[in-house]
Design a protein around this ligand. Structure first.
Ligand code: NAP
Ligand code: GDP
Length: 335
């Protein structure tokens, strides 16, 4: 029997490492466990710079993946996106174009690309956001470079299907967090940035400063839950239409609640201080529906979302165990 080769681009990042963890740590019999006959390869930027077309194609020709889960991207929180819109647009357009083009040329049987709820319009008539709303208006101004690069993947997937019959699709996760996140103080997403800030506040006896006024709403998914959903999508889903991956609109919480939960999980004694600078709130809500996902994922998967507080506890545990060892990532590549 010939081997099934699954290539995970972005395999060294938050979500890629979570997929590896799930494949290796699920109990025998779990549908999320690595299957016999499968070879999984977790690609990082040191293996191939996917912004480079020739290097990307050469890698695909040599490795010959059967399937691709495409996670690689320049990724950052609100403040990184706001400062480097052109870099987020160009790097991500190059990476996506090179991966999809190489996948077509080397006859990859399925590509799942990871988008983000940033792709949705900022102004919508009503929430929750659904898969049908991706192209219905401009994204929020704070991250339009990243958002348009990601949104274009959905356009590419449809065009690849129509012209070449490719089986390319995408997933749209809400904000992700978990072990092995980027914990940069300035460039990270809100949960890892606040964990790091809270740690420094506790150690140095300084205030635990949080950006904005705490009112924006965000909907989170634990990286290990998201990993399971990618494995399910790889095994079961063959439609170009994207699927939103999230725990559901009722689980949306304010940034104030996030900050309080981080302080509690970090056993920090002080209260979060909101800096309240105008413009620092970003998008007010990106609340999305998981109705499509829940209607499709079969009972044999026995999939359940990890409760937010438990996922946060596991993330904090990982941070505390790894801080100061060199394993905690920070920063972003420069231009
Ligand atoms: P991450 O931790 O920052 O990891 C990014 C990954 O992409 C790393 O493996 C990195 O490789 C790789 N990469 C970056 N530039 C590359 C390049 N030029 N060539 C090759 N590889 C490159 O990001 P993540 O949070 O896991 O994100 C994974 C996917 O989820 C992304 O598509 C992201 O847009 C999406 N997403 C993330 C969130 C979130 O809250 N984190 C939310 C929604 C969607 P090295 O580490 O080796 O440099
Ligand atoms: P977004 O969901 O794409 O906007 O990305 P983030 O994960 O960066 O979340 C941004 C939200 O968290 C905004 O409402 C920010 O005001 C709030 N926030 C509060 N403190 C921080 C922080 O230290 N870093 C980040 N990235 N966001 C913060």
């Amino acid at each position: 029997m010939s081997k099934v080769k699954v290539l995970v681009t972005g395999g060294t990042g938050l979500v890629g490492v979570a997929i590896k963890y799930v494949l290796e740590n699920e109990p025998e019999g779990s549908p999320f466990k690595k299957r016999e006959g499968e070879e999984w390869r977790f690609l990082g930027s040191k293996d191939v710079d996917l912004r480079k077309a020739d290097d990307t194609l050469k890698f695909f020709q040599e490795y010959g993946p059967t399937y691709v889960i495409h996670l690689a991207a320049l990724v950052g929180g609100l403040f990184a996106n706001r400062e480097r819109k052109m870099t987020f647009l160009r790097d991500n357009m190059l990476i996506n174009d090179n991966v999809l083009h190489a996948s077509r040329l080397t006859k990859v049987q399925k590509v799942i690309s990871c988008l983000s709820t940033c792709v949705f319009p900022d102004q919508v008539p009503s929430y929750p956001l659904t898969e049908a709303m991706v192209h219905l208006g401009p994204p929020h101004d704070s991250n339009f470079g990243y958002a348009y690069a990601k949104r274009m993947v959905d356009v590419q997937n449809r065009a690849y299907k129509e012209e070449f019959g490719c089986n390319f699709t995408s997933a749209i996760p809400t904000n992700v967090f978990g072990p092995n996140d980027n914990f940069d103080l300035k460039n990270a997403h809100v949960i890892p940035a606040l964990i790091h800030k809270c740690h420094l506040a506790s150690v140095n006896g300084t205030p635990f400063n949080v950006m904005g006024d705490g009112t924006p709403l965000r909907q989170f998914i634990y990286s290990r839950d998201l990993a399971k959903l990618f494995i399910w999508q790889l095994r079961e889903y063959n439609d170009v239409e994207p699927i939103i991956f999230t725990s559901g609109i009722s689980k949306q919480i304010t940034i104030r609640k996030v900050a309080d939960s981080v302080a509690k999980a970090m056993k920090h004694n002080g209260k979060p201080i909101f800096e309240q600078k105008p413009g620092d709130n970003g998008q007010i809500s990106k609340g999305a529906s998981n109705a499509k996902l829940m209607s499709l994922i079969g009972p044999e998967y026995k999939f359940e979302f990890t409760p937010f507080d438990k996922a946060l506890e596991e993330t904090v545990e990982w941070f505390n165990a790894n801080y100061g060892t060199g394993a905690v990532r920070g920063g972003l590549p420069s231009n």
